[in-house]
Design a protein around this ligand. Structure first.
Ligand code: FMN
Length: 319
């Protein structure tokens, strides 16, 4: 067994945390992570209602294990209801990202919740540490979903590990035992895994999306602001997202300012129409490692745990 800050803090068997992916990681997904021996993940999106948050926390709580709730700082400034419900519920961990996390850290720590934050540059890591988080997640630009497109996982991880004193998890493109072994060998306390778990049987995604993801190659994701411009969800301008590229993305990526109501209406109608050429499927470059099968979270975690054998093999090469 590999023992790190992550496994010790949450009494886990594998040094992996499921990323808190809004739209993918609901209470059932969090429970699956708990059952698989990792830190489960529950993602709260910008439009989540208090009722939805309560319901999903209750489902995750039935698994009676540790999970992390992902909250977006910019969205909390608009409506702090999800935050208040989460503080009251005292999950094992909360990941605060995307905006000024400062005001939200202390009340969580006071109720005994471990606070994490995703960072995309070394300066952001230092700022998160100064804000009082228990650990940072160094998230490289190859990662899926929202974030900054600044530095790739490996250079970011090396730099952040040298810069901060708090434990560091690595995120962005980690989808196999090789990737997990690599970041552990570098000094990370574990991996924060999104893409590799997003198509699991327990994820909230429908089958047409997971089937499509099985066909998408490693070079078919793009980072940008097209889908946020279309959704008008309110994301801060400096934060974009990595998603599968599709005809809608390609049509607008170079002329965002010209996006009109017709395009926005088409985007809004796409989920109901199951129009995969238009709707957004957020995913990282690790999508190339997915084959379209909906494996269970436990199967993926068992595979990732083989990082231990890789590290032993590397150790045996030392003289
Ligand atoms: C579909 C999807 C949704 C995501 N939603 C969120 C979110 O709601 N909150 C958050 O902090 N991060 C979110 N992320 C980013 C992940 O937390 C994480 O940084 C990323 O998945 C790691 O890289 P990987 O996808 O290569 O494993 C999302 C990622 C994906 C793929």
């Amino acid at each position: 067994m590999i023992t790190t800050w992550l496994t010790r803090t949450f009494d886990r068997t594998v040094p992996v945390a499921a990323a808190t992916m809004a739209g993918v990681a609901d209470g059932r997904f969090a429970a699956a992570g708990i059952g698989a021996g990792i830190l489960g993940g529950l993602g709260v999106g910008p439009s989540a209602t208090g009722d939805w948050v309560r319901e999903q926390l209750a489902i995750a709580n039935r698994a009676a294990g540790p999970y992390c709730v992902g909250l977006m700082a910019w969205a909390l400034e608009r409506d702090a209801t999800p935050y208040e419900i989460v503080v009251e519920s005292r999950p094992a961990a909360v990941c605060l990202s995307f905006g000024d996390i400062g005001p939200w850290v202390a009340p969580l720590r006071e109720v005994g919740t471990v606070v994490l934050s995703q960072v995309s540059t070394t300066d952001q890591a230092l700022a998160a540490e100064a804000a009082g988080v228990d650990a940072v997640i160094a998230r490289g630009s190859e990662g899926g979903g929202h974030g900054y497109d600044r530095v790739a996982t490996l250079p970011l991880l090396q730099s952040v590990l040298d810069a901060v004193a708090v434990p560091v998890l690595a995120a962005g493109g980690i989808g196999t035992p090789r990737g997990l072994a690599a970041v552990l060998a570098a000094g990370a306390a574990g991996a924060w895994v999104g893409t590799a778990l997003a198509t699991c049987a327990e994820s909230a995604w429908p089958d047409d999306v997971t089937t499509r993801l099985g066909e998408v190659g490693e070079d078919q994701t793009r980072y940008g602001h097209v889908f946020d411009t279309a959704s008008q969800a309110g994301w801060p301008a400096e934060i974009g997202g990595r998603a599968v590229t599709n005809p809608f993305f390609e049509a607008w990526v170079d002329r965002l300012d010209e996006m009109d109501d017709t395009a926005r209406a088409r985007f809004r109608a796409a989920p109901a129409a199951r129009d995969l050429d238009t709707l957004s499927i957020y995913i990282g470059q690790g999508v190339g490692m997915l084959d379209g099968r909906r494996r269970s979270v436990a199967e993926v975690v068992t595979e990732l745990a083989a990082a231990e054998e890789i590290l032993r093999r590397v150790g045996s090469q030392l003289s």
